[in-house]
Design a protein around this ligand. Structure first.
Ligand code: C5P
Length: 418
């Protein structure tokens, strides 16, 4: 057995949900729980009916220091800690020992008991430690299920090769040792952290146009689709951030896992942005109307025969980006503005960065073919205090992903948290 190195740092304070299957190796899981807890992890256990034939919930609960969950349809649990909550309230799920039958159910998407329902409901990393007779492990059916599960992103530790509980049997099928499982948990948690570099951050994004009313039926608007801003909100959420998206009227759907505040006017947008602070990152991608009608009519303006068309007096809207970027203590650590230009793009954007007081400007060359406005692709320059980067034409989703990855890197380097 390779000596597993576990420094304990990666599991400290993390919530591990251990699903125990029915195999003699279940007894080793008492040691696994102890090893995890001595490294600072919180361990909750779910036991299948078969697992309870090998060790008791009483023993598991005594070692884990928490109640043990066994029933899918426990009336109290469904209202208290049901299978959805069990899967959400964990950072990682470990299945040990994973029997051939449990692997088959997982591969087939069954959810007929608490253990399998949790596994089907989860969006967390899952680590599986198989334990079974070598013939069962090597059986094509089990190997097919393992391949399916690997394809689904499930990770495996073991099985090891050696003596089995049944005398005279040897081969692959022994459950990995507790410290090997701990090392694999640490590795998976480390990887998950790298995939979510914005975890623990709050990202605030404005997107779309604003509508400035003239009267109850007419308004001043612009052609912004909201695609770039919405893509940024989505990318930030995918990288683990809590995201607030303040969106003007758009025809595209709300991105998943994002708190969306729908507004109409620039003044409403500013109020919603202020209400959402503090944030680590502010991205101001909305095409805010520069002006609004000084006094919008409460009644529909009538077209009178022979009368001159009404003249509209305009007043300037608040500059949301500038207001937030120049605000002392509530200023996000990283403020990103956008600029749409048709000529001297970089020069104009450099000036805008200074004038608005923001850290970065993403400059769109709206004159280019496949234009930024309303289209799916974008050619941008990223202007920072350090200089200018010109990115190749790419999908707005890719611009968003790259921008948020850069933002995460920037925060890491400057080590600022709210
Ligand atoms: O001044 P200009 O409209 O070109 O600046 C564009 C940038 O400023 C964008 O990031 C946009 O979201 C932001 N902006 C704003 N409030 C305004 C006008 C622009 O937040 N009233």
């Amino acid at each position: 057995m390779r000596a597993p190195s576990t420094n304990g740092l990666d599991v400290n304070g993390r919530r591990i949900l251990l699903i125990l299957g029915g195999g003699i190796a279940a007894y080793k899981c008492l040691d696994l729980i102890r090893r995890l807890r001595e490294r600072g992890a919180k361990v909750r256990a779910v036991m299948t009916a078969a697992a309870q034939q090998f060790i008791t919930p009483l023993a598991v609960g005594a070692i884990s220091g928490d109640r043990v969950f066994t029933e899918l349809f426990d009336r109290e649990d469904e209202h208290d800690v049901g299978h959805i909550r069990l899967s959400r309230e964990a950072d990682l799920i470990v299945v040990a020992p994973a029997t051939a039958s449990l692997l088959a159910k997982m591969a087939g998407g069954h959810a007929d008991d608490l253990a399998t329902a949790v596994l089907l409901a989860t969006d967390k990393p899952v680590l599986v430690a198989p334990a079974m007779n070598p013939r069962m492990w090597l059986h094509p059916a089990t190997q097919r299920n393992v391949a399916t599960l690997r394809g689904d992103g499930i990770r495996f530790i073991g099985p090891n090769t050696g003596e089995m509980a049944e005398s005279g049997e040897a081969g692959p099928g022994r459950m990995a040792e507790p410290l090997e499982i701990v090392a694999a948990i640490e590795e998976l948690l480390r990887e998950a952290k790298n995939d979510r570099p914005l975890a623990g951050r709050h990202v605030l994004v404005t997107s779309g146009p604003t509508h400035e009313p003239i009267d109850p039926v007419r308004y001043i608007a612009n052609r912004s689709s909201g695609k770039q801003g919405h893509a940024i909100a989505r990318a930030a959420a995918e990288l683990g951030a809590r995201v607030t998206l303040v969106s003007g009227p758009v025809s595209i759907a709300d991105p998943p896992n994002v708190d969306v505040v729908h507004v109409e006017t620039a003044q409403e947008m500013l109020a919603a942005v202020e209400a959402a602070l503090p944030a680590d990152i502010g991205v101001f991608a909305a095409a805010v109307a520069d002006w609004r009608v000084a006094s919008a009519s409460g009644q529909k303006i009538k077209k009178e025969k022979g009368a001159a068309p009404p003249s509209l007096a305009l007043v300037e809207n608040p500059d949301i980006l500038k207001t937030i970027a120049t605000r002392g203590p509530m200023r996000p650590a990283l403020v990103i503005g956008f600029a749409a230009e048709t000529e001297n793009v970089v020069e104009a954007a450099k000036k805008k960065r200074k004038a608005k007081g923001c850290d970065w400007i993403v400059a769109n060359d709206v004159s280019e073919k496949g234009g930024a406005m309303g289209g799916d692709r974008n050619a941008v320059h990223l202007i920072t205090a350090q200089g200018t980067e010109s990115w190749p034409v790419m999908d707005k989703t890719e611009v968003a992903r790259r921008l948020m990855e850069r933002a995460a890197q920037h925060l890491r380097q400057t080590q600022v948290t709210v």
